[in-house]
Design a protein around this ligand. Structure first.
Ligand code: PEP
Length: 337
């Protein structure tokens, strides 16, 4: 059960509402969303308490949201969330394509890839400056320099940028240079990071943990929303299953299920979802057919010599361009522009 308090309510009114809830032995948890304050209530909530709350000044409504995540649920927010960044709208019926290398390697590399992403019709340049690697001896990314290189390439070629942030301390600097902040699969439940992302005014792409359920992903998104940042997109990037032919199993059902449970845009990552270049194109088409609001796809000019060694899942530039041409034809058929 939640109580929605108007943004105009005075601090004393909010304090009084919390007092009334707690007097009944119910726990109150406050989250400041952009248009209102939400007071989550945990405990046995009697009808008399609901009636009393409904009469208090500042209370807009008292609602039952059956899910553990509230702000992320469609029950709470029936309309789709549309995230607008410049002229790009994510979740609003346009198919958004984010493309680029696994990692930023040099200014020349990211500039050339940005040119190719733009020429193919992509809207967002992807690239990691800080890389979460399984082993400590693998290339860890070029760091802040990479953020600067990517911001310059994005600006020069008219693309938005997305990059991964791994720790709360780096959120501000990543937010200074990138248009979208990515939370990687390994950090989906890094709650300090999620809380910090709730405080920034930059959209967040939250990747599903490789062994996380939909419920866990939506609760992770709730941390960001409850912190006051409404611009969260969810990303299906494959989960770990018993199948070892593919790096992960891209769970296509996640796309319609998450769209049913939540109003947040859903992005698919067929590169990490399969780990195999030859599967990226068919799984991109399948993601679009399943209703994805956007895609995040790895593309590299020299995948076989990429510094992360993840080139096997990166498309060559001509494959990326061909895929985007195909999507232009496919999108209108399934109601996307
Ligand atoms: C990435 O997109 O660069 C990445 C590391 O993805 P994931 O967190 O899904 O492995």
């Amino acid at each position: 059960m939640i109580t929605i308090v108007s943004k105009q309510a005075a601090r004393e009114q909010l304090n009084h509402i919390v007092e009334v809830i707690e007097q009944e032995g119910v726990q109150a948890h406050i989250a400041h969303a952009p248009d209102h304050t939400v007071v989550g209530m945990i405990g046995s909530i009697k009808p008399a308490l609901v009636e009393r709350l409904q009469q208090l000044p500042g209370v807009e409504k008292v609602e039952k949201v059956s899910k553990s995540y509230k702000l992320a649920s469609r029950e709470f927010h029936p309309e789709n969330t549309v995230i607008q960044i410049g002229d790009v709208k994510i979740g609003g019926g346009e198919l958004v394509v984010m493309g680029g290398p696994c990692a930023v390697e040099s200014a020349e590399q990211i500039d050339e890839i940005a040119r190719l992403v733009k020429a193919a019709g992509g809207q967002v340049l992807r690239g990691g400056a800080f890389k979460p690697r399984t082993g400590p001896y693998s290339f860890q990314g070029v760091g802040v320099e990479g953020l600067i290189m990517m911001a310059e390439a994005g600006k020069k070629h008219g693309l938005l940028t997305i990059t991964e942030v791994m720790t709360p301390e780096y959120v501000d600097i990543c937010a200074e240079y990138a248009d979208i902040l990515q939370v990687g699969t390994r950090n989906m439940q890094n709650f300090d990071l999620l809380r910090k992302l709730g405080e920034v005014r930059k959209p967040v792409l939250l990747k599903r943990g490789f062994s996380a359920t939909y419920d866990e992903l939506l609760n992770a998104a709730e941390y960001i929303l409850a912190g006051g940042n409404p611009d969260v997109m969810l990303c299906e990037r494959g989960i770990r299953t018993f199948e070892s032919y593919t790096r992960n199993t891209l769970d296509l059902s996640a796309i319609p299920v998450l769209q049913h449970l939540s109003h947040l845009p859903v992005i698919s990552d067929p590169s990490h979802g399969t780990g195999r270049r030859e599967l990226v194109e068919p799984m991109t088409r399948a993601s679009v057919a399943a209703g994805a609001d956007g895609l995040i796809i790895e593309m590299h000019t020299d995948p076989d010599n990429s510094m992360t060694g993840d080139g096997v899942q990166s498309l060559f530039p001509d494959q990326f361009a061909r895929l985007l041409r195909e999507l232009e034809q496919l999108s209108p058929i399934i109601g996307k522009s």
